[in-house]
Design a protein. Structure first.
Length: 456
């Protein structure tokens, strides 16, 4: 490896060390080793896999800034264990980055301030775990990647924090670059777009700004909800959208809610967001959560027993980010204590973060109300004598969920549903159990109703 690269990284570390506590620097950064630059990403090897996300989240931005000051270039920093960095990257990475004289600290150039976000190497279709909660969004994203600007344009992905929107967006970017169906892909958050606009106005360089965002093949813009209420940003993005759309360029947008629910979003933008395909991503179900944890453990060669994965999947059901964060915490806790990963160490590591086990307190009346609301009927109709499918099917679903989530006997459940016989309840439960295995919509409905009940 070139001494040039080692010298550059050594100097960058020295500058970082001056900005942070010595103990933290020694624990996390001192042993890092530069690999080189590949496709705009500066790869750095770290010693412990469990610390990767911690180091990435806390120090990548600082190192990007320091390297920009030293070289005048904007590098995306990616930390990983040396074994996890592919041989292709190691062999192809550029190691001769700067001249013999290291540039002294100074301001970042205007062009660097406009640099878009770099795609995360881990966010590909291959690493995306598909389940019932995200299957349609994944299919839509793949269709867009295979035929940019011809399948769905724009593609609008929405869902809660940490559910995989950014992963899918960047997977599209990786795919089109690898297949050669796009030459220039720009990924940016709406906040970065706004900041770049403000800087461009201040520097009187709107031409550069517009060239940066309109001269692209694929534009990926994350968290578009943050442009709400920002008139100048919405005005500029409106014209950027039109320029790209009219040039048959692909636009992918993400948000935490659908366009119609973004407050103070201009109607002309809202209508354009609805021109293509709008699809949501829901929280992952239990099986998908286990698959996500297993994929992460396998990819990082972590010896995590199945019982621990199942425990984590049962306890952390909000989003993928928290789920993977919990696994990182367990692995780090076990490593620092010199203990194998098992249920006992897992419970210790997550003490205070997981909800204590409580007996089920969900009532049949609550189940009836939630199911009735979900299917748009009245509770008294569910408990009444009507036998139309619009009433009997929700009634059967409610009976099934009552048996699953309460300790009530079949006769008790039947009594709560208009004094029906226990055999009626048994028939309903058997019917729903069979149908949910064959009907994805029913499976999704039961999961959503169960989620609502458990959140009460």
């Amino acid at each position: 490896m070139s001494n040039n690269l080692d010298e550059l990284w050594s100097e960058a570390l020295a500058r970082l060390e001056a900005e942070m506590p010595e103990s933290s620097f020694n624990a996390w950064m001192r042993a890092t080793k530069p690999i080189g630059v590949y496709n705009g990403t500066f790869y750095v090897a770290i010693r412990d896999g469990f610390a990767r996300e911690w180091v990435q989240a806390r120090y990548a931005t600082d190192m990007t800034r320091i390297l920009a000051q030293m070289t005048g270039k904007h590098y995306n920093i990616h930390f990983d264990t040396e074994d996890a960095i592919s041989e292709e990257i190691k062999q192809s990475a550029v190691t001769d980055l700067v001249s013999d004289t290291i540039v002294q600290p100074g301001p970042v150039s205007d062009s660097d301030e406009l640099s878009p976000g770099i795609l995360n190497p881990r966010y590909t279709f291959h690493t995306f775990v598909v389940g019932n909660s995200n299957r349609f969004a994944h299919a839509a994203a793949l269709a867009v990647a295979e035929a940019p600007a011809r399948a769905y344009n724009p593609l609008f992905l929405y869902g809660g924090v940490g559910l995989g929107k950014t992963h899918l967006m960047q997977a599209i970017g990786h795919y089109v670059l690898e297949k050669g169906t796009a030459e220039k892909v720009v990924y940016v958050s709406s906040e970065k777009f706004t900041n770049d606009l403000i800087n461009a106005i201040g520097r009187k360089s709107m031409g550069d700004f517009r060239n940066q965002y309109r001269n692209v093949d694929v534009l990926l813009i994350d968290d578009i909800q943050f442009v709400a209420g920002k008139e100048s940003t919405q005005e500029e993005f409106f014209h950027t959208f039109n320029a790209l759309y009219e040039a048959d360029k692909q636009i992918i947008i993400s948000s935490d809610r659908p366009p119609k629910e973004i407050p103070t979003l201009e109607e002309r933008l809202r209508s354009r967001f609805e021109w293509g395909l709008i699809t949501d991503i829901q929280p992952p179900d239990f099986e998908t959560r286990i698959a996500i944890l297993k994929r992460k453990a396998d990819s990082e060669n972590l010896p995590v027993p199945s019982a621990v994965l199942e425990f984590l999947a049962d306890q952390i059901d909000s989003n993928i980010r928290e789920l993977e964060g919990a696994l990182n915490r367990v692995v780090a806790f076990a490593s620092l204590n010199g203990r194998p990963i098992d249920l006992e160490i897992t419970q210790q590591a997550l003490a205070g973060l997981i909800k204590p086990q409580r007996p089920k307190t969900i009532s049949i009346a609550t189940i009836q109300q939630i199911v009735s609301d979900y299917y748009g009927i009245k509770v008294h109709e569910m408990k009444g004598k009507k036998r139309t499918r619009a009433i009997t099917f929700p009634r059967q679903v409610a009976m099934y969920i009552a048996r699953e989530l309460t300790e009530s006997s079949l006769p008790k459940i039947g009594d709560e549903f208009g004094k029906r016989d226990h055999t009626t309840v048994l028939h309903a439960c058997d019917k729903i159990e069979r149908e949910r295995k064959e009907n994805p919509e029913l499976q999704e409905a039961i999961e959503e109703i169960t989620r609502q009940l458990k959140e009460l």
